[in-house]
Design a protein around this ligand. Sequence first.
Ligand SMILES: [Zn+2]
Length: 343
Amino acid sequence: MTQAGRAGRDGEPSECILLYGGQDVVTNQFFIDHNQDNQEMDALTRDLVTERDRDRLRKMTFYCFTNECLRDYILRYFGEYGANYCGNCANCLSQFEEVDVTEIARALLGCVLACRQRYGTNVIIDTVHGANTAKIRQYRMDENPHYGELAKVPTYKLRQVMNYLMLQEYLAVTNDEYAVVKLTGKSKLILEEDETVTMKMAKEQEHPAKTAGEKKGKKSRGAAAFELEEEDEKLFEVLRGLRSELAKKEGVPPYIVFSDKSLVHMCVIRPVDKNEMLSVSGVGEFKYEKYGEAFLEKVIEFNKEHGKTDAPDSLGAVEFSSLDYDVVQDYEGDAEKSGESLL
Ligand SMILES: [Zn+2]
């Protein structure tokens, strides 16, 4: 959150990645409940302080799930009320739709019930997803009646619904190091009664880069997709390959290396030296030092192979914002993989 608050102070567009771990919330809750700093306070004051800290933690947790304007959310957290809707954050730029997740909710709750509320979120999600892992077999969760019931639903989506069910108190997590998923008083509304559960989810959009590769030559792909020239597409694939390689080597999701947006921008600008590379959206000194040179080499090599040895033309001066390119769903293709480590 600190970083999201700092981002963009120079007036430039910036990207922040929020990593959420449910275990961190449990740990912080523990610290609040066992805080030894307030010993000299009287009982009432101490309770008030504890309650305030809990409330702050709740608000911070909710920031990770809210579909509202993120800028407005932060400003309200600091007591600034009013029209702070920014129209520019990931939420403002996403289109959400109300989705019926009752079936998913039933499977998750049913799974928790069937295993007698003994396991954590990952085991529950892996079970309904039908993961074939040693852990699942060891816990004999492959014998759970809900095993593999939602094999077709991607894990990141199951996790989103799971988080939502906790937020809405249909499920709870124990306040200890094991973070075991438990049913609540509200669980039976879903399990025994016909309660419908709906939640806001980001509308699924076609991956812009994938679209460009799959539907070569088709002209109308909707306003959101940015079209690369055929040769640029080839370069994009080359750069994407390099990105996967580097990401694999470092054990990070590809978008941590460079976003699709940066790669597209490199294809358009075709930087030939460090300075030009630094003009690519999302490439700063730090990223340049870490990855930039390898990408620069690839671009120069590609230019040579394709007879573009001259300095790039005025394209380099094109404002990237004027390219009608949708960045919100930028790393959708990686979401499932990175989702694994989110909780
Ligand atoms: Zn916003």
